[in-house]
Design a protein around this ligand. Sequence first.
Ligand code: NAP
Length: 247
Amino acid sequence: MLLQGKVAIITGASRGIGKGIAEKFIAEGATVIFTYASSEEKARALEAELAAKGGKAKGYKSDASNFEAAHALIDEVVKEFGTVDILVNNAGITRDNLLMRMTEEQWDEIMDVNLKSVFNLTKAVIKPMLKARSGSIINMSSVVGVKGNAGQANYAASKAGIIGFTKSVAAELGSRNIRCNAIAPGFIETEMTGALDEKVVQQWRDAIPLKRGGSAEDVANATLFLASDMSAYVTGQTLHVCGGMLM
Ligand code: NAP
């Protein structure tokens, strides 16, 4: 029970990696607050699944890219659950296109949902964390943010931005015992990657030293480490969870 008595907020947990993190955190004793953009049914099903495991869980439809909505969410959670100990900024989308064809809208949407969301939630959550003089913030970046990728200039820029933001927050808030780290997943098999051609996917698996795509649980285990006191002396870091794809 590494998170016994802790209150955790996970953005974008109706499916994929976020859902895996919610399941892991509940199993470790946390109260889990999660958000989603539109997957109403999946969110209600996850709430029920987490409650059935004996944990306290609540899902909120809340657009992470909206500054006011992020602040309203944190206020509501603090009112109902007392504080926020852990924030996982996981919500993210892709709008892939070659730069030649990329629209301004595709650029802006990615920046808002992937990067501005991290600013919104982190800014809102530092108030209760400063009051408690403790907290762990974990931001979902990507190996693409470290090495770049053709067809993903917008996504790569947003994920690289997350790493710079993470290091800056770690430097600003370390003296208050608030830690901030990033995770850079490689190829994790979720709905986000499910739309890809199976032949291409197999080529990717073959090129990874561990010879498989990652699972949501692989990322959830790393997130648990960074959320818990097991990583009490770790801040400002980017943990690659990529089967050795990027060394
Ligand atoms: P996913 O399966 O597509 O799930 C995305 C989640 O984000 C959903 O719960 C979605 O809610 C939510 N979401 C989207 N826009 C939102 C918004 N504006 N406000 C609140 N929630 C929002 O994605 P995933 O593969 O699990 O990826 C999770 C994170 O890991 C993302 O940041 C992604 O960039 C990163 N990542 C993934 C991979 C990979 O290989 N899968 C690799 C590296 C990094 P709805 O269900 O309501 O739409």
